[in-house]
Design a protein around this ligand. Sequence first.
Ligand SMILES: Cc1ncc(COP(=O)(O)O)c(C=O)c1O
Length: 962
Amino acid sequence: MIVKQFVNYNKMPNNEFINRHVGPREEEISYMLRKMGFNSLDELIEKTIPESIRLTEPLSLKEGISEGKYLEMVKKLAAKNKIFSSYIGMGYYNTHTPAVIIRNVLENPVWYTSYTPYQADISQGRLEALLNYQTIVSDLTATDIANASLLDEATAAAEAMIMMFNTRSRQQEKDGIKKCLVDEAIWQQTKSVVETRAVQLGIGIEYISYDKMKFDSKQHFGVILQYPDADGNIRDYSEFTEEIHKEGGKVAVASDLLALTQLKPPGEWGADIVFGSSQRFGLPMAFGGPHAAFFAVKEEYKRNMPGRIIGITKDVNGKPALRMALQTREQHIKRERATSNICTAQALMAMMSGFYGVYHGQEGVSEIGKRVHNLTVRLALALETMGIVRKNNYFFDTLRIKLPENIETLHLKNKFLSKEINLLYLNDNELGISFDETTTLEDVEEIVIIFSELSGKNAPKVSETDKVMIPDNLKRTSGFMQQEVFKKYRSETELMRYIKRLERKDISLTQSMISLGSCTMKLNAAAEMFPITWAEFGGLHPFVPEDQAEGYYEMMKELKNDLAQITGFQGVSLQPNSGAAGEYAGLVIIKEYLESINQGHRKIALIPSSAHGTNPASAVMAGYDIVIIKCDDKGNIDMTDFKEKAELHKDNLACVIITYPSTHGVFESSIIDLCKITHDNGGQVYMDGANMNAQVGLTSPGFIGADVCHLNLHKTFASPHGGGGPGVGPVCVAEHLVEFLPGHPMIEGNDVKKSVISAAPYGSAGILPITYGYIKMMGNEGLTYATKIAILNANYLANELKDEFSVLYKGENGCVAHEMILECRNFKAVSGITETDIAKRLMDYGFHAPTLSFPVHGTLMIEPTESESLAELDKFVEVLKNIHKEIKEIESGEADKEDNVLKNAPHPQYAIVTDDWNHSYGREKAAFPLDWVRNNKFWIDVARVDDAYGDRNLVCNCNSFM
Ligand SMILES: Cc1ncc(COP(=O)(O)O)c(C=O)c1O
């Protein structure tokens, strides 16, 4: 039986945007279906998705609109946001994003549509940009090694706590030492996230002012401080840190890159870990994110550090090259033994901050830091003259003011609001004023005048001063950012050319299809991207009063409603800022729910062996015990094993975590049984929504019977990957779990009882307009149609390649879902060719490798998405067939077993043009294996990189690279 909505949507919807988003044209779709022996798109869908889980009613979202209409609509929405001058601080500051970076990086699809640089050979541009970022961070913090970003400052604090916990001494581990001391003066949002993370792992947090701390290694494993602290103070922690080290503890410090241009860096006074947000290095506040968090450690902890690390190595010919160091996949996602679940981070934001550093250089950022401090000093002196005292004697950019009796806070607040100024209002008539790169002398004068009106005192002149309110022994004396890269590109022309030079080294969607399975590299439409660079979205501090962010609230409300409907759930939180953060949030929600029904003892999470690494990693971080479920030889969950284990653990079963359709690219019909068995045994069903691109409009996690899912907006919902982030990972839940959705102290108050997942209340709010635009323009029909075409494109590829590469797993009717796994293991025995050789050879043809050896070793996982046209699919097929021919040439002895185009792939430009060509095949075959490759040749920068060399000689800054 063909259900109604499939019939109705069989034709391409008549909407200008849908036709732009989706690749194949109507007549091409008929051709593709005919070639596979299907009469209609619906027939294909029927054969692919088990009837038991197919929606019987279409979604009831609004119909799609054109680009023009959408932009008109979103402009009106944006106008409802009010951009006041915000001196709130608390980790978010105004900054000037250089236009050259907005235009050439943030708005440039080469940078925003590329993937995480797992394939180093065609990612040298973004790897270099990230290396610059790491260098800035390790120089400014004076630490040995920095990573290439984490999600935000608060989650970085939690990662620091967990890293200190995991690196406890043997004795401490044996004694079960589980307490962390945290200075009272750290941001409230950091406290909340750290608390949430600590509870799950049974870690106790003790808040106390650092000068009253009594570190005892029989109780505590580490300390978290903030420098400058949350009250704006600059304190000398050097003796304190020495004491902690003597006692065997570690010290992690939240800090601020701009402040560190003026302050003695934490690495110089002994800190073990330094973390924070690099937002004020050129990133808009964007109502809370995305921004890159930084994380840097002493050399001895380099193997314990979470996140991706870029390191220097060389290629097989000895040319210096970059790559992700210490394992191709993240070193910390060790499934059940994971020490962190961070996967997608904030690569694009880190690269932007890196370019900001390159553009300004050491002198530029020092000058900005000096100016910010100087304006703050001027305000402090002017206020002093009027008898308005501050609580923090020393400071960098923040004054903590105690209002005199004669000034009433509410009156003051209204006065400032009437001038469109936001300050930070605290208890007991205290307020905070934080300056930033954009603050001017006129701004200071305006504030002084308002205070003079309030206090009835004459406004003093805001005079010039060279006074510095930083203690002498905490002034920065050491140099930083002295490398060539921070000196050479200081004019716009030079920076523009540098950015372009780097981008030419990278394959992005601007070059060709990126068929990475499980990553959904679909179109990130320009119209969807437009609003994110508008000031009305970028200029808002995350903690402004609600009435200044009406546009955001309206958009988020609609977006949440739409996502709830799409997932078949009742509640949505937009707070998690990556897929893994969404997983973590969902698992915490399940835990809290179980506790609320007196089932808190349930701790077992059943996870199939095919699961993505972040599933077990998030479960470990959320305090679950993991039991692995086997998969059968078709890639399906082994239901006998599952049932046995669910029943065996029925008294302690908390949840099952499944990806659907599975990471093996199959819609398993046993899913309904799986949900039932889980519920019958007292557990909840967590569905990893990374593969929602195969579900939208056709089925849904809620309809199938799951209780929670997360979405990867940076996969299914058109938000770009950004070379490894930003991501957005909303968590969506059924009715009974709505009350456990994350909260935030700046929305619900400091004693918020709910778990807090991210630093900002709405996570990466600044990029939500992308998904909002995608849903609004695609509309009801378009979203469902996109799912069908994603399934069509995958099945077309599987069918076209079936003679050369067998597809490892298929559904009951021989169809794949939206992706497929190609078997490559059989080539090795005869020709010696591996899946890696095939992946590298694809680059010579101008294609990015598919997902390599995940979830099955020796295979390639391919996901074309709906956005790829028939022409591009056919090109890809032709390339893979030609590669197959090249393998056969080796098998037959026509080509040399060692010196062949696959083993030597990729062939970089310098190798092709060398006078010293001495291969058994010609240059032409190496560089232009098919005639049309000439028309769009991607010139590769480095040959295959030597992973092991880089790890043996770990260097993660650009001191010796250029
Ligand atoms: C199946 C699956 N689950 C979870 C994730 C984690 O998402 P993120 O990288 O956004 O943290 C991924 C990302 O690749 C994935 O493929």
